[in-house]
Design a protein around this ligand. Structure first.
Ligand code: DQA
Length: 149
């Protein structure tokens, strides 16, 4: 069975109570549970991991090389700052989709620049937890088509 990593970055452990008007009312555990149900429907498996630490996110990306077909990644604020995460994505050679709960392009100017977008296969933003669901679907579907790496 094909396996995928769902990777959550900084401050996403606080979902549910963190600015719910921006990020929604679902907790991270609830989002992961919904994604587990979707994975079952799609006939794939997922592993979910969250960290507030850049280095741990880098190590999760490196580790994914050994077992994952692709990665759904919301780096949180590291999106806008981290050359190290960008380099990790470029290094691992498996497809990564950048996701955001909020529409970062409709927010502050500093959120409108992503350092990781150029090394991701695509970006989905603004659909709340559905951003993750859409990204997982896209990864699973593209892995059976000619656009796959
Ligand atoms: C976020 C958007 C980022 O700008 C912010 O720093 C986050 C969450 C999102 O999912 O909308 O922590 O990645």
């Amino acid at each position: 069975m094909k396996a995928y990593l769902i990777l959550h970055g900084a401050n996403l452990n606080l979902l549910g109570t963190r600015e719910p008007q921006v990020y929604g009312a679902l907790t991270l555990a609830e989002i992961n549970a919904r994604l587990q149900m979707l994975a079952q429907e799609l006939g794939v498996s997922i592993r979910c991991f969250q960290s507030n630490h850049e280095g741990e996110l880098i190590e999760a990306l490196h580790g994914a090389r050994a077992w994952a077909e692709g990665v759904v990644f919301n780096p949180g604020a590291y999106t806008h700052t981290s050359i190290a995460l960008r380099d990790a994505i470029a290094a691992i050679g498996i497809p990564v989709v950048e996701v955001h709960l909020s529409n970062v392009h409709a927010r502050e100017a500093f959120r409108q620049r992503s350092l990781i977008a150029p090394v991701c296969v695509g970006t989905i933003a603004g659909f709340g937890w559905l951003s993750y669901a859409l990204a997982l679907r896209a990864l699973v579907e593209r892995s059976g088509t000619e656009v796959a790496r």
